[in-house]
Design a protein around this ligand. Structure first.
Ligand code: 8BR
Ligand code: GLC
Length: 488
């Protein structure tokens, strides 16, 4: 299909899915929510920080690749890597001193709802999903105020031994505290020297410094868990995230198994209440390889239907599953990268026994769907087109406050570079005898083992921010996919 044909498909699919969103009776969203302190940095900020830190230490930390931020030098090293490659990353810090250092050197950030579950819950409430039931184990008063003020958004609370659903601002615990992350956003084209190396930022992206206070636990209050079935009958889907916060051993001496068991029990309970429920996990950057492996093999494998991830996350997942070479090919900047990405998504689908793997990248999305998926490839495609329109709208305005707001995403043109990459993938697949040219051009390839849906996407030239767009894409695509299930 030519770009103009795709633009037409965008318009048709978007309006169709927009009308169908109301078919979804409700969704459950858990666990992670925080306050994002967002700072867009310029060249002057970088030069200032480089002058403040010890260059030799940064150089050695660059080689060592810190997986945790314990000093300003660790932070600068990870920022340089992220900016050099234009790749998003999230690095934990267990030491709040770095927050003071960032405030001192960069000034206050802009506060917004953060955390995948928080962003997803707000997005779904804003696009009029009928009942959005969010659960955050550490819901504090400050955090609750970041939830949008909509009457389709709820949080469970126990009152007089009964489970009630109330807006998060009426369901928080006064003894809980907020978790604050720093989001350092940077723009494409920033140029500077570091120790003789010229760094030119290849694309807009960000580095996240994720605080990990000891009270953060991926768990559900016992009373809420026990009463869950009372209200969850109308839930068609669950979007779960935040497992990256699980520690190998926590401050109370609990090992990861304890939290994994509880997480799996919750998924099983949701399935008991509604056997047709679809469970989606939004994957993320997980620095700890043991935890990354456990999440994939013990939580996602067999228990979950769908996962959403970006290209770096696909590479990270492949890496711990033993596909190091393929993982490397996914992140290497050459022609084969997109083909490796497709192969990687196929591996994730089969190894993790999923129904749907949805990968988003700048300029195109790939969804690999199992043969027993209750959704047709055509419906998957419409869901992706809807999601890309919602994402473009978010990139344009920074936030979507109503479903109508998303219409503006249609005005963003399909990005030529993404469309060209999409054609590169076509070429590779045809060379390997996967799909016909016609199927590829139409965006749906049906193979005997799985179906592949690929779309070129709309990319906003100067996005207000990039943080949270991935969550928006996955959530919009997943709920619109759910809406097609209920239409049958
Ligand atoms: P993650 O947050 O999971 O990394 O996802 C970010 C996604 O946001 C990218 O995969 C890309 O699809 C989308 N995105 C970015 Br980054 N910049 C965008 C832009 N300017 N317009 C539309 N989508 C964008
Ligand atoms: C992660 C980060 C959070 C950010 C979110 C965006 O959950 O911890 O700070 O808002 O990703 O996707």
């Amino acid at each position: 299909m030519e770009i103009s044909d795709w633009e037409r498909e965008y318009r048709d699919s978007y309006f169709k899915m927009k009308d169908m969103i109301h078919n979804v009776r409700g969704v459950f969203v858990a666990y992670n929510c925080n306050i994002d302190s967002i700072k867009k940095i310029e060249k002057t900020d970088i030069l200032h920080m480089l002058n403040t830190v010890n260059t030799q230490t940064v150089k050695s930390r660059l080689q060592e690749y810190p997986r945790e931020i314990s000093s300003p030098e660790d932070f600068v090293a990870r920022l340089l890597i992220s900016m050099r490659d234009g790749k998003a990353a999230e690095v934990p810090t267990y030491d709040l001193k770095i927050h003071d250092w960032l405030t001192k050197n960069l000034g206050q950030g802009k506060s917004r709802m953060g955390g995948q579950a928080g962003i997803i819950a707000n997005t779904l409430a804003n696009i009029d999903v009928r009942n959005v039931i969010a659960y955050v184990p550490w819901l504090s008063k400050e955090q609750a105020d970041y939830f949008v003020n909509k009457d389709n958004l709820f949080h469970p609370i126990i009152e007089n031994n009964h489970l009630r659903l109330k807006h998060p601002t009426k369901a928080y615990s006064s003894n809980k505290k907020p978790k604050i992350n720093w989001i350092i956003e940077y723009s494409k084209g920033i140029e500077f020297d570091f120790s003789g190396e010229k760094i030119i930022v290849p694309r807009d992206n960000r580095l996240i410094v994720s605080s990990r206070p000891p009270w953060i636990k991926i768990d559900m209050e016992k009373d809420i868990y026990e009463h869950l079935q009372e209200v969850y009958k109308g839930i068609d889907g669950a979007l779960l995230s935040g497992y990256q916060m699980i520690k190998e051993v926590d401050e109370d001496g609990n090992t990861y198994d304890y939290y994994v068991d509880k997480s799996v029990k919750l998924i099983k309970k949701l399935k008991e209440v509604n056997p047709k429920i679809r469970i989606h996990v939004e994957f993320t950057s997980i620095q700890n390889r043991v935890i990354r492996n456990v999440i994939l093999k013990k939580i996602i494998h067999e228990h979950v239907h769908s996962i959403g991830l970006d290209t770096v996350e696909v590479a990270n997942a492949l890496n711990v599953l033993g596909y190091e070479e393929l993982a490397f090919a996914v992140i290497k900047k050459d022609e084969r990268a997109i083909d490796a990405l497709y192969e990687g998504a196929v591996i994730l689908l089969h190894e993790l026994k999923l129904e749907r793997v949805q990968v988003h990248s700048l300029g195109y999305y790939i969804c690999v769907s199992s043969k027993d998926s209750p959704v047709t490839p055509e419906d998957h495609k419409k869901s992706l087109l809807f999601a890309a329109t919602v994402a473009a709208s978010k990139a344009m305005s920074g936030d979507i406050t109503t479903l109508e707001d998303c219409d503006q995403g249609l005005e963003v043109p399909i990005w030529k570079d993404g469309y060209n990459k999409f054609e590169t993938l076509e070429k590779h697949l045809i060379e390997r005898g996967i799909g016909t040219l016609k199927e590829l051009q139409d965006g749906c390839v049906c193979t005997p083992k799985h179906d592949v849906i690929i779309i070129p996407t709309k990319v906003v030239k100067n996005p207000v921010a990039t943080v949270g767009i991935g969550d928006t894409i996955s959530a919009a695509a997943f709920v619109s996919m759910l809406s097609t299930l209920n239409a049958k």
